[in-house]
Design a binder for this molecule. Sequence first.
Ligand SMILES: [Zn+2]
Length: 260
Amino acid sequence: MSVIADGVTDVRRAAREELRKGATQIKLFASGGVVFPSSGHSTRYEYSEAELAAIVEEAQARGTYAMAHVYSDEGVRRCLNAGVRSIEHGNFMSAETMARLRDHGAFWDPTFISLIQRVESSQQHGLSDQIVGNLTHTITKGQEIYARAKELKVPICLGTDLWGPEAQRSQIRELEVRLQLDSPDSILASATIVNAELLMQKGELGVIAPGAYADLLVVDGDPLSDLKILLKPRKNLRLIMKAGRIVKNSLDEPTASVGR
Ligand SMILES: [Zn+2]
């Protein structure tokens, strides 16, 4: 799943190797994570700008891009300078760095639910109070910077960082968390047209148009006025079409019988 490489030559080789093996994008671990005891960062950044630029160059050579797991302000700046397209987390970005992100034409993927799920499952995984405190603080910082991102019209994506099938069940709840910070139409845009643009699949994903993938949902209710109906997919998704193929269809059933 991951490769550790140091120095421009080795990170370039590692990026090329992953891309040759068929990686569609390169994800960088560009600063320390937040599941550790200190209130600061284990590392403010992991790579020199020359290393980051080499990885970005290799991805761009194959028509794709690099994204970065990065929390710290300095880490984000380095990534932006090197041409990283997508900032995952970025909770400790300053307002000024958020403006730079916009100016660089990059995307921001806040991934709140991955942190919230870590807090919720902290006892089960034996995380200390100190780590839980660090996670909670990180969530708050991300929420604070969200308003700034909205103000600057930064493209905000909807992604994941949930590890394993159990944790991934929480994915849909990112919508609920965002609802405290954003409007339903803007959240749905994050999950569809903005994500499509980040993934370089504009016109294929996130739109209903000839030649597009036809990943379609028929929803019982109007998610633009009540986004929470999407939190109960079994009940409220009446039809699911993936790449033009129907995966679920309960349109013929009366509404009351749906939701088993
Ligand atoms: Zn991450």
